[in-house]
Design a protein around this ligand. Structure first.
Ligand code: SAH
Ligand code: SF4
Length: 351
């Protein structure tokens, strides 16, 4: 059964719904307050609402939205990954990473992904469906609720879980807008980062909307042949056009852009590759986030080594391009993009 969930509606839509139910508009704010400030996820928690309205809400809306079915904690206790079941039985995953004072969530926007990047577990699974805005929000609310138990808060959200957020542009941005709304979660826009495989029209649209949300581009190769081999989307949106769109984004917004680079041993982690990348990004307000490849079943490539990664970083830094090597967190809990959910999907289809 597909039922509207409580996080799917923005404030005007709640007002509209309540109007249809002959309820005053202030009830909409009470509902929003309960959902986003109190983190309630059951109709019977909304005690300030009249009982018949609570019943009507319970009958009309899905309050749980997503159900955690499996939780894995990394051995160092810093990373937690949760697999969630959606109303139709599909599954997605979201990860919490603790680092210093930060509590960063990595959330999903689709079940599977249509982009087909060869190294990516989600890409290997193919596209199943988009998530609704409420299903995207529910992942954040789940962890917000959990962290509140220890007086902690979600500090950052990276849209780097399963799926291509710019393929599901409206729902992804609607979700962030609701989390950002002062009457919603009131999380600053700068705390969000959207990562895209490089859908140029969406990048241009995003730039024109002049949002404060951070943008990251998955690059992984600086030549068209090499990039198309691992990221089929590159055939449609080749590197020169992509980098031109990124330059326009920086000009238009004044914001720094992040490039992601999964270091694959002997493929894109060589000094020559680093120098080529430095040339490509010259003069662009940017930062390179290099991540050792997380090996997946369907891809032959191996991860880089620490020494090679460091040499790569040094070449970029020497060329004036800031670069950090991100340590892959939670390898022991399959915290690579889509790895847990693909496993679950496989079991579902074979069983
Ligand atoms: N679809 C978006 C966001 C989700 S993927 C995108 O591609 O940007 C988030 C990041 O994880 C991307 O940079 C992606 O390239 C990277 N990634 C996917 N699989 C990986 C793997 N096996 N090892 C390292 N990085 C991976
Ligand atoms: Fe999709 Fe991103 Fe994975 Fe590519 S890397 S298949 S765009 S989720």
């Amino acid at each position: 059964m597909s039922q509207s969930n409580t996080y799917d509606l923005d404030l005007p839509q709640w007002i509209e719904t309540l109007k249809k139910w002959q309820q005053p508009a202030f009830r909409a704010k009470q509902i929003w307050n309960g959902l986003y400030k109190q983190y309630w996820n059951q109709a019977d928690q909304f005690l300030q609402l009249p009982a018949p309205l609570r019943k009507q809400l319970a009958d009309s809306f899905d309050f749980k939205v997503i159900e955690p079915v499996l939780t894995l904690d990394s051995s160092d206790g810093q990373t937690r990954k949760t697999l969630f079941r959606l109303y139709d039985g599909r599954q997605i995953e979201a990860v919490l990473m603790r680092y210093d004072d930060r509590r960063t969530l990595c959330i999903s926007t689709q079940v599977g992904c249509a982009m087909g990047c060869t190294f990516c577990a989600t890409g290997q699974m193919g596209f199943k469906r988009h998530l609704s805005s409420g299903e995207i929000i529910a992942q954040v609310m789940h962890y917000a609720r959990l962290l509140r138990e220890t007086n902690e808060q979600v500090t950052n959200v990276v849209v780097m879980g399963m799926g291509e957020p710019f393929h599901n542009y409206d729902n992804t941005l609607a979700a962030i807008d609701r989390l950002n709304h002062p009457d919603g979660c009131n999380m600053g826009a700068r705390r969000f980062t959207i990562s895209t495989s490089g859908l140029i029209p969406a990048i241009r649209r995003f730039a024109s909307e002049k949002r404060q949300i951070n943008l990251a581009i998955s690059l992984h190769a600086s030549g068209d042949e090499a990039r198309s081999a691992v990221m089929p989307v590159n055939r449609r949106y080749p590197i020169a056009d992509l980098v031109a769109a990124c330059r326009d984004y920086v000009t238009e917004t004044g914001r720094r852009i992040t490039f992601e680079w999964a270091l694959i041993h002997g493929v894109n982690d060589t000094p020559a590759e680093a120098a080529k990348l430095a040339g490509l990004l010259k003069g662009l307000l940017c930062h390179v986030n290099a991540i050792p490849l997380n090996p997946t079943e369907g891809f032959d490539g191996k991860s880089t080594t620490q020494t090679r990664a460091e040499a790569f970083r040094q070449i970029l830094e020497n060329a004036g391009i800031p670069c950090t090597i991100r340590i892959r967190r939670g390898i022991d809990i399959q915290a690579g993009c889509g790895q847990l959910a693909t496993q679950a999907e496989k079991e579902q289809s074979s069983g």
